[in-house]
Design a protein around this ligand. Structure first.
Ligand code: FNR
Length: 188
């Protein structure tokens, strides 16, 4: 499966970036993951939505060509970071490349709630008409890495055994979900 990863943090030593790299490396036999560079996207401007700048066109083409989108995001002030929302806004206008696209969501935070509030907002955003992505139902499929500082190797991958085992379960379900044509419903 060809997937594009979007990471909501631009931080050099980001836990979410390292979570994405963990997923890329752990499932490399089943996923070909490339990263989208959200840092080069200009702020969304509706004047340009039908003829966006070349970097946006390239980003939209990258997403359009993928079988699935993986989103790894921190929680900023109880929601998704602006850089991620900006990227999704570009994807939702003109050619709506997220419609029907299977999306895998995961998040890491240093706090106790592991990005759950950002996830809830993200699910609403992904269900909006311009986006209309396909997301697995929430019960049991939320990859939320709390207390991230305790669960990653220093400047390295996710190493917490229980979290990795849960990730394996969710990934198995996601791969089936993404491949399943009959499960084409949109979940809120
Ligand atoms: C945070 N952080 C944070 N954590 C959380 O659990 N809930 C929140 O609402 C916030 N809000 C927030 C706002 C801003 C502007 C920053 C910079 C940080 C802490 C956050 O979980 C922590 O910085 C993570 O390490 C960010 O993820 P990356 O950059 O490591 O991927």
């Amino acid at each position: 499966m060809k997937v594009v990863a979007m990471v909501g943090s631009l931080r050099r030593d980001s836990f979410n970036r390292r979570l994405a790299e963990t997923v890329r490396d752990r499932y490399r036999d089943r996923l070909q993951m490339e990263f989208a560079d959200l840092s080069v996207l200009p702020p969304f401007n509706q004047d340009e939505e039908l003829n966006p700048p070349p970097v946006v066109q390239a980003f939209k083409a990258q997403v359009a060509a993928a079988d699935a989108v993986f989103i790894f995001t921190p929680e900023y002030n109880w929601s998704v970071p602006g850089v991620l929302k900006n990227a999704i806004d570009w994807l939702s206008r003109g050619e709506r490349v997220m419609v029907g696209k299977p999306v895998f969501i995961a998040g890491a935070s240093t706090g106790m709630l592991g990005t759950i509030r950002a996830h809830l907002h993200l699910r609403e955003i992904l269900a909006s008409p311009g986006v209309s992505a396909r997301v697995m139902p929430p019960g049991g499929n939320e990859v939320l890495v709390n207390f991230a500082a305790d669960k990653f190797a220093p400047s390295g991958p996710l190493v917490d055994p229980a979290t990795l085992s849960f990730l394996d379960d969710v990934m198995e379900r996601f791969i089936q979900f993404a491949a399943s044509a009959q499960d084409a419903r949109h979940t809120p």
